[in-house]
Design a protein around this ligand. Structure first.
Ligand code: NAD
Length: 253
């Protein structure tokens, strides 16, 4: 009988009702953590938490709302006694050429993908420090390492998340909180499913990366477990790329 790789860890995962967030939640629980799932999809989120058992709970958490963040951090402490892992995973994807992509789209995606993580770090700071050693994982993207044509808001938000990771890591290191960013390439989740339906999975797979396929969510989750645990105790302010070679360079001479 083992305690798993995350004994004594209490994690708050945003955007946990579906896609990668849900996969991370399952794996964290299997490794011995307690998990508070946050999302705006209350139906899906609460059903999932119920299915996952006593060490899981759901809270309505719109990452753009400071009051939701305050309540979510308090809920983690009330239910599980502390908070020592924060996964800023919630995000949206959109795009469109300059001149067509609207100011409203720009502001919305920056608000959810970037400001949401800032609000989370701000709200959770004291709880994370109190429960040290703690770990924050900001889910950026390969689009936070290199640009993507026509995806201005998404690319800017994911580059911004990479910068926020470093400023927070530098500030929080002395308080026992590590902060890292994760940069997945294409992963088969509901976020990508729409694109796949439009263009065909084979085409997307070929276009994605050197491994010529999309990742399974579990291939990102294994990295998340490592970062959430003290196995990664010497890692902070760092970028963890899992993109099938997408940002390694071109295979063409
Ligand atoms: P997904 O669309 O499957 O899930 C996203 C979840 O976030 C949903 O449950 C949604 O309800 C929730 N959400 C949306 N707005 C929210 C808000 N304001 N507050 C709280 N929750 C909100 O997406 P996914 O593919 O699992 O992506 C998860 C993260 O990984 C995102 O940050 C995404 O940008 C990033 N990412 C995804 C891919 C990919 O190929 N799927 C690649 C790189 C990075």
């Amino acid at each position: 009988m083992t305690d798993g790789r995350l004994p004594g860890r209490v994690a708050l995962i945003t955007g946990a009702a579906s896609g990668m967030g849900a996969t991370h939640a399952r794996a964290f629980l299997a490794e011995g953590a307690c998990v508070l799932l946050g999302d705006i999809d209350d139906d899906k989120g609460s059903k999932l938490a119920e299915e996952l058992g006593d060490n899981a709970a759901y809270v309505h958490l719109d990452v753009t709302a400071s009051a939701d963040w305050t309540a979510a951090v308090q809920a983690a402490v009330d239910r599980f006694g502390k908070l020592n892992v924060l996964v800023n995973n919630a995000g949206i994807l959109d795009g469109g050429p300059l001149g067509t992509y609207t100011e409203q789209q720009w502001r919305r995606i920056l608000d959810i993908n970037l400001t949401g993580a800032f609000l989370g770090l701000s709200a959770a700071r004291d709880a994370l420090v109190a429960a040290r050693p703690s770990s924050v994982i900001n889910v950026s993207s390969a689009a936070g390492i290199q640009g993507v044509a026509g995806m201005h808001g998404y690319t800017a938000s994911k580059f911004g998340l990479r910068g926020l990771t470093k400023s927070a890591a530098l500030e929080l290191a002395e308080h026992g909180v590590r902060v890292n960013s994760v940069h997945p390439g294409g992963v088969m989740t509901p976020m990508i499913a729409g694109m796949a339906a439009e263009h065909g999975v084979a085409e997307i797979d070929r276009a994605q990366n050197t491994l010529t396929r999309l990742a399974h969510p579990e291939e990102i989750t294994s990295l998340m477990v490592y970062l959430a645990s003290e196995e990664s105790s010497f890692c902070t302010g760092a970028e963890f790329v899992a993109d099938g070679g997408l940002t390694a360079g071109s295979i063409h001479a």
